[in-house]
Design a protein around this ligand. Structure first.
Ligand code: PMP
Length: 427
């Protein structure tokens, strides 16, 4: 049945939203669900329940934070317990110590931490710290890496920036654009050339690209970045807003055994509530106010509600087989998708690591953003739409990641695989 036929409650809200919000939404990728987004009534486990009465198996998972699935009972209990005690103190609480200790015990580069409220704030601060620490101005980033929605990051970025084809956001002063150098992902020669010839404060990289679909670092790319930045006294920043606590408790740096100077975190460490964090070497982190003179502040920084959700989430990750379940779901779905696609007469590739993957049609290898741009976006969207009709929600954009969670049980995975086989056979 075409379930999208009876979505008039969502349609009515969408009409109001178009009057209220630019493009009808408060974050652009949400408008990529056509002809209009579905509106969610509630969520639980692997499911979203729309106001029109549809149940969707969710592989977007809030764009990454919900590695335990929606409304995990233990996280919910801890959030409610904290709500009973108040949720904003404007002064420190024990919870921030607990979450920081957990992060420090797992993330190899973490010596000191600053909590902020989003991944955007985290990368903005990490870049400022690198500049303040080195007294240099230039930053090197990679084409297709997305580091949030601030001026220094919106240059050749991935995610919705690519989806809506805004290579450099309008509104960013040229003087700022001129401080940002862009290399292709996996291109160490480019990095070497710029580090050698220019004074570069820091190199910021997604250790696994999750914002152009999924793109993996080639062997020696991350190691090469580590060596080059050391040689040229530049700060290496791993943006682990997606990969932190997703590839495992120690993030991408633990997985690939490459330790950056600074790490930005977000998403999972807030258990689904707004969060960001910068962590790294004491020597660099100590430049932050009030210890040093690189400024950061925030009304909601380290608020106890987010801290409680983050601690609870990491506790579950530490004490259960959550990663095993999430990784198995991703592996099985990707394998069956591969099986299905291999029967078609087009080129494709699937990039996967742990509980994140994405597929690209029309190209057999994707190692940088240019490759990803060559994929058949039109066909991707078609598959997304057909899956949605069958109750399976994958990202509406080629340039996002398909995530799995510990709520994606065998039964749910099997339902998904059935839908995938049906959809791929029809395209
Ligand atoms: N860095 C990366 C790698 C991200 O994927 C994102 C968001 N998807 C951000 C930074 C920005 O995080 P936020 O949306 O919380 O501002």
């Amino acid at each position: 049945m075409d379930k999208r036929r009876c979505t008039f409650l969502s349609e009515n809200l969408w009409k109001k939203a178009l009057e209220l919000f630019a493009g009808g939404v408060n974050s652009p990728v949400r408008a990529a669900v056509k002809p209009y987004p579905f509106y969610v009534e509630k969520s639980e486990g692997a499911f979203l329940y729309t106001i029109d009465g549809q149940r969707l198996i969710d592989y977007v998972l809030g764009y990454g934070p919900l590695i335990l699935g929606h409304a995990h009972p233990y996280v919910k209990k801890k959030i409610i317990e904290q709500i009973e005690k108040g949720w904003l103190y404007g002064t420190p609480s024990k919870k921030e110590i607990e979450l920081a200790e957990k992060i420090r015990s797992h993330i190899p580069s973490a010596e000191k931490i600053r909590f902020v409220n989003s991944g955007t704030e985290a990368t903005m601060l990490a870049i400022r710290l690198a500049r303040g620490y080195t007294k240099r101005e230039k930053i090197l980033k990679f084409d297709g890496n997305y580091h949030g929605a601030h001026d220094y990051a919106l240059i050749n970025a991935g995610s919705a920036v690519s989806e809506f084809n805004v290579i450099i956001s309008s509104g960013i002063p040229t003087s700022i654009i001129n401080t940002v150098i862009v290399c292709k992902y996996n291109d160490l020669d480019c990095v070497e050339k710029h580090l050698r010839t220019e004074e570069i404060a820091g190199v910021i990289v997604e250790p696994v690209m999750g914002n152009m679909g999924v793109i993996l670092p080639e062997q020696d790319f991350l190691n090469g970045l580590r060596e080059l930045t050391k040689t040229y006294n530049s700060v290496l920043i791993f943006d682990e807003v997606i990969t932190g606590f997703r590839l495992g408790l120690s993030g991408a740096q633990g997985y690939f055994k490459v330790i950056p100077d600074l790490t930005t975190l977000g998403k999972i460490i807030g258990g689904g509530l707004p969060i960001g964090a910068v962590t790294g070497k004491k020597e660099i982190m100590s430049n932050l106010t009030p210890e040093g003179n690189v400024f950061n502040a925030g009304t909601f920084n380290a608020n106890p509600l987010t801290m409680a959700a983050g601690i609870a989430t990491i506790e579950v990750l530490e004490t259960t087989n959550a990663y095993d379940i999430a990784n198995k779901a991703s592996k099985e779905i990707a394998e069956e998708l591969d099986n299905s696609l291999s029967k078609k007469n087009f080129k494709y590739t699937i990039n996967r690591i742990q509980s994140m993957f994405q597929f690209f049609i029309g190209i057999s290898k994707v190692t940088n953003a240019d490759d990803a741009r060559l994929a058949n976006k039109h066909l991707y969207v078609k598959i997304h739409e057909k899956l949605l009709k069958l109750g399976v929600f994958i990202p509406p954009s080629q340039f996002e990641t398909i995530f799995t969670s510990s709520s994606h049980s065998d039964e749910i995975v099997n339902l998904t695989i059935e839908a995938i086989h049906k959809v791929v056979s029809e395209i």
